[in-house]
Write a protein that binds this ligand. Structure first.
Ligand SMILES: [Zn+2]
Length: 429
């Protein structure tokens, strides 16, 4: 195994230091380290962060390998600075048994680019009627700790309560896609002035907020952990702030696209901007940024949702919801949070690595950059700027909402347990 001397990087944006990586671990952090025989990675001007952890990735395998595979999605993740991603359960077949989650986990191991951590479905077939084999998935080789019917809401409150009670036995968490389906039938975009003007059926903020309010009360009642996926409204942030002040064990994530884009994008009728939950208003975006800054929102989760051309490049009404996120997530966070001074680099490490790793109960990720720790690291050039070209992405799909947009920050290198998966901004395999 090759050893590496990362020279002159700034851990969490602090003073420059050398980082010596030996046998997959950080052996030393300090000035002018002697590292005879180690490969030198010149990192002057680069920020060193713990490898990023995504709570919310759609890898599409098994079932839709034309849109993404575990390998292509893993490569996109590594290029985005991630060392671990949670793979959502809405595959075909659905990841609702020990067999399917082990298959996804094994494919991730074979690709070897990031740790692929399967999410287990809450209900059989995402059907919302019967609990899946949660315990068997938790006990499997995939060690599932996050359970979600994402794409669908666990709408039945009695079933949601039972799921919350069940996962307590193995310190699991239910990650809810908060959407009251009877309020969003036929919805095409955020319900407000713009949907009225465009004549598109609206998705009201209350459909998200009502479920979050219900679920934090259920989580409090049964004393279980709840995680809220892709929070998108100002009202949701208020409910989470209230719940946390009461001591409810609730965590939440926001997507990069909800931090940057608004429902004004729908005026283009370009289906690349169709997503669930929909892009909201300027006021919501401001509340999400404030919530991420003050920690009410714990984490950034990409909701990376690759779609094949025929599912996305159609009329708005027919297009599948969802957009790519892994390769530009860090750049969007730099643009919306770091450059405006709302989050420093330690804050980025916290919201994109430390807290997501803790929510997923992952070992070896989200750790300090310190001797003895596993060398899961990313080196970022904060001064670089680039225009996003979908054709250049590693993802098998092309539905990036950032096409043609200039964004700051470039991932120069990513290390997974001391092995570079990205060097000089390029995937190593
Ligand atoms: Zn979702």
């Amino acid at each position: 195994m090759m050893n590496y001397l990362i020279k002159g990087a700034r851990p969490l944006g602090g003073e420059p230091a050398d980082i010596l990586v030996e046998d997959g671990r950080i052996a030393a952090v300090g000035d002018s380290l002697d590292a005879t025989g180690a490969e030198v990675v010149e990192a002057t001007g680069l920020i060193a962060l713990p490898g990023l952890v995504d709570l919310h990735t759609h890898l599409r395998e098994p079932g839709r390998e034309d849109a993404e595979t575990v390998e292509t999605g893993s490569r996109a993740a590594a290029l985005g600075g991630f060392t671990a991603v949670h793979a959502m359960a809405n595959t075909d077949p659905v990841a609702d048994t020990a067999g399917v989650v082990e298959q996804v986990w094994r494919l991730g191991q074979e690709a070897g680019l990031v740790d692929v951590v399967p999410v287990g479905a809450v209900t059989v077939g995402l059907g919302g009627e019967r609990l899946a084999e949660l315990g068997a998935m938790a006990d499997s080789a995939a060690r599932v700790r996050i359970f979600s019917d994402d794409g669908h809401c666990v709408a039945d409150p009695a079933l949601m309560r039972r799921a919350l009670e069940y996962v307590k036995a193995f310190d699991g968490v239910v990650a809810q896609h908060a959407e009251e389906p009877r309020l969003t039938a036929g919805a095409q975009m955020h319900e407000g002035d713009r949907s009225a003007k465009l004549g598109l059926t609206g998705w009201p903020a209350a459909a998200e907020e009502g479920i979050i309010a219900r679920d934090v009360l259920l989580a409090e009642h049964v004393g279980a952990r709840l995680h809220v996926c892709h929070v998108s409204t100002a009202g949701s942030v208020e409910i989470l702030r209230w719940a946390k002040s009461r001591g409810v064990q609730v965590t939440a994530e926001v997507t990069p696209h909800h931090l940057l884009l608004t429902d004004a994008c729908a005026e283009s009728y370009d289906p690349v901007f169709k997503v669930n939950p929909p892009l909201r208003t300027d006021r919501d975006v401001e509340a999400l940024r404030a919530g991420l800054a003050d920690g009410t929102i714990d984490a950034v989760g990409t909701d990376h949702a690759p779609h094949a051309v025929e599912d996305k490049e159609s009329e708005w009404a027919q297009a599948r919801p969802g957009m790519l996120g892994l390769e530009q997530a860090l750049s969007v966070v730099i643009e919306t949070m770091v450059e405006p001074g709302r989050l420093d680099w330690a804050g980025v490490a916290d919201r994109m690595s430390v807290r997501p790793a803790a929510i997923g109960r992952l070992d070896g990720h989200g750790r300090p950059i310190a001797p003895g720790e596993p060398a899961n690291l990313v080196l970022v050039d904060p001064a670089a700027r680039a225009t996003v070209d979908p054709a250049a992405l590693a993802s098998r799909s092309r539905n990036s909402p950032y096409a043609g947009r200039e964004l700051p920050g470039r991932v120069v290198a990513t290390f997974l347990r001391g092995v570079p998966t990205v060097l000089d901004g390029k995937a190593t395999r």
